[in-house]
Design a protein around this ligand. Structure first.
Ligand SMILES: NC(=O)C1=CN([C@@H]2O[C@H](COP(=O)(O)OP(=O)(O)OC[C@H]3O[C@@H](n4cnc5c(N)ncnc54)[C@H](OP(=O)(O)O)[C@@H]3O)[C@@H](O)[C@H]2O)C=CC1
Ligand SMILES: O=C1O[C@H](COP(=O)(O)O)[C@@H](O)[C@H](O)[C@H]1O
Length: 490
């Protein structure tokens, strides 16, 4: 039995927003996979809720459709699916009026020892639901709450959301999801750093020249214009996923994998981020917006063509040169970039080591490239350590730049579980290590807010880029000004 299949104790999971997009595409398929892996025990139940008046059977039909659509055929087992559907129930409820909450209380009854509430609804009704959970006595002293991003759109609004939740659930029972932390390769970053003796002595400004973090998407708005146009790439991706990656890459070794030990170290990194001000924002940040172009699937519309209004200054791409002001990282730039409708879907962290101080090989040996460690988060998850070696053969000492390549798909013949599978099971186990603590979320906003303010103060407009490219030319200039180049991700 692997750690993935150690059963968790029976639980009741109430999913608010059970008929929505997140539930359909991610939560129900992830829960089904855990059933299939044999992780559920006893009378575990998943109780869906939202305003739609569905019966249990109608919700089961919705879940079956979701699983048929979003789970690969070879992973669907009819017996497992039937057992999973038996665990599903549905109670209509309205977060605003409170209608249905008494029925929900009756349905939960004494229920299982472990009870969790998943807020898979728009952030605007988080407060209403928490309030109704409280007033209708749905929570026990050990109940947990799972909250989706975005947690606010600024430090002030994040504090409001956190206060609202904190009135009913103390911090040890709040699970703020950043699904990047549930990705296998992101957790592997910790394994790579702290389970190997090799890297840690080199993991500092004496040996690392710079770091690049890229989260590139080939998709566009995917029908989420209403949310996205108010958020933009900085709030949607940098405030959470990219800063979390940066923290795991840059933090000191925690004393253990204990949730607070890890989160304390991440918090110190966030606190050490050098603030970006209006006077240097234009030099350190780039905002882009895609225009019509091409993708693998053919011609695609520009961002504003997808909006009802037809106009917007919201960024769909952002690049930032960040710095961490502490002993380990002083003087090491962290180049961050993310965007929609880029040339490829690829997320990776590139660590470029400093060049050797002197080459003994002479010009005929060819260029000596600096060592690079490339951690590929998705797709084609793996780790590549680029090294210089001698070109084989008797032709003299010629050097070659080659990767030591560890592809997870080739090394392990197992399905790569979706982040939500791991994260939901961690909630049930009560393990908060891979969830964001309140102070982390607020500290991240403390660094993001001045960037937004600087853009507004300086009227820093978005720069157009053609869909299917790597973003605006200013993003290339951002790194090339420093004599460096973006890693070629494909
Ligand atoms: N979709 C995604 O890929 C991602 C989503 N998220 C976050 O997850 C959350 C949910 O997103 P998503 O699923 O896309 O949103 P949807 O708009 O698709 O779904 C919203 C859900 O909330 C229910 N709902 C709306 N109003 C009420 C109400 N007054 N009372 C009770 N239920 C209500 C809706 O059902 P009904 O109309 O029947 O009430 C529906 O089930 C958001 O916070 C989003 O930011 C985060 C990361 C990715
Ligand atoms: O949280 C979000 O993440 C997705 C990208 O997630 P991935 O797992 O597919 O890399 C992004 O598309 C979305 O805009 C954002 O809200």
């Amino acid at each position: 039995m692997t750690s993935q299949t150690i059963p968790v104790e029976p639980f009741d999971l109430v999913v608010f927003g059970a008929t929505g997009d997140l539930s359909e595409r991610k939560l129900l398929p992830a829960l089904y996979q855990r059933q299939r892996a044999g992780q559920f025990s006893g009378p575990t139940r998943i109780i869906g809720s939202s305003r739609s008046e569905l019966s249990d059977d109608q919700f089961r039909a919705f879940a079956k459709e979701a699983i048929d659509t979003h789970v690969a055929k070879e992973h669907i087992d009819e017996d497992d699916l039937a057992h999973f559907l038996e665990r599903l129930f549905y109670v209509p409820s309205d977060a605003k009026s409170g209608k249905g909450y008494d029925n929900l209380k009756r349905k939960i009854g004494d229920g299982a020892e472990v009870r969790a509430f998943y807020l898979a609804v728009a952030p605007g009704i988080f407060g209403d639901i928490v309030d109704k959970i409280d007033r209708h006595g749905l929570a026990t002293p050990t109940s947990r709450i799972i909250v989706e991003k975005p947690i606010g759109r600024s430090l002030e609004t994040a504090r409001e959301v956190n206060e609202t939740i904190g009135r009913v659930f103390d911090e040890t029972r709040v699970f703020r999801i950043d699904h990047y932390l549930g990705k296998e390769t992101v957790q592997n970053l910790m394994a790579l750093r702290f389970a190997n003796a090799l890297y840690e002595p080199l993991w500092n400004s004496a040996h690392i020249d710079h770091v690049q973090i890229t989260v590139a998407e080939s998709v566009g708005l995917e029908g989420r214009a209403e949310y996205y146009d108010k958020a933009g790439a900085l709030r949607d991706m940098v405030q959470n996923h990219i800063l979390q990656l940066l923290c795991l890459m840059a933090m000191e070794a925690p004393a253990s994998m204990d949730a607070d030990a890890v989160r304390d170290e991440k918090l110190k990194v966030l606190r050490a981020l050098k603030p970006i001000h209006p006077f240097n924002a234009e030099k350190l940040t780039v905002r882009g917006q895609y225009r019509s172009g091409a993708s693998a699937g053919g011609a695609v519309k520009g961002y504003t063509d997808e909006l009802a209004s037809g106009v917007s200054n919201t960024e769909t791409f952002v690049a930032v040169k960040a710095e961490i002001e502490n002993w380990r990282w002083a003087g090491v730039p962290f180049y961050l970039r993310t965007g929609k409708r880029l040339a490829a879907r690829v997320s990776e962290i590139v660590i470029e080591f400093k060049p050797i101080p002197h080459s003994i090989f002479g010009e005929q040996a060819g260029r000596v490239f600096a060592n690079q460690l490339v951690i590929r988060l998705q797709p084609d998850e793996g780790v590549k350590q680029w090294l210089m070696i001698k070109d084989p053969g008797p032709g003299g000492m010629r050097l070659r730049h080659v990767p030591l390549d560890m592809s997870f798909a080739q090394a392990f013949d197992v399905r790569n579980p979706d982040a939500y599978e791991r994260l939901i099971m961690d909630v049930i186990r009560g393990n908060q290590t891979l969830f964001m603590r309140r102070d982390e979320v607020e500290e991240a906003w403390r660094w993001i807010d001045p960037i937004v303010a600087a853009w507004e103060e300086r009227s820093q407009n978005v720069q157009g880029y053609t869909a299917g490219t790597w973003g605006p030319s200013a993003a290339i200039a951002l790194i090339e000004r420093d004599g460096r180049t973006w890693h070629e991700s494909v």
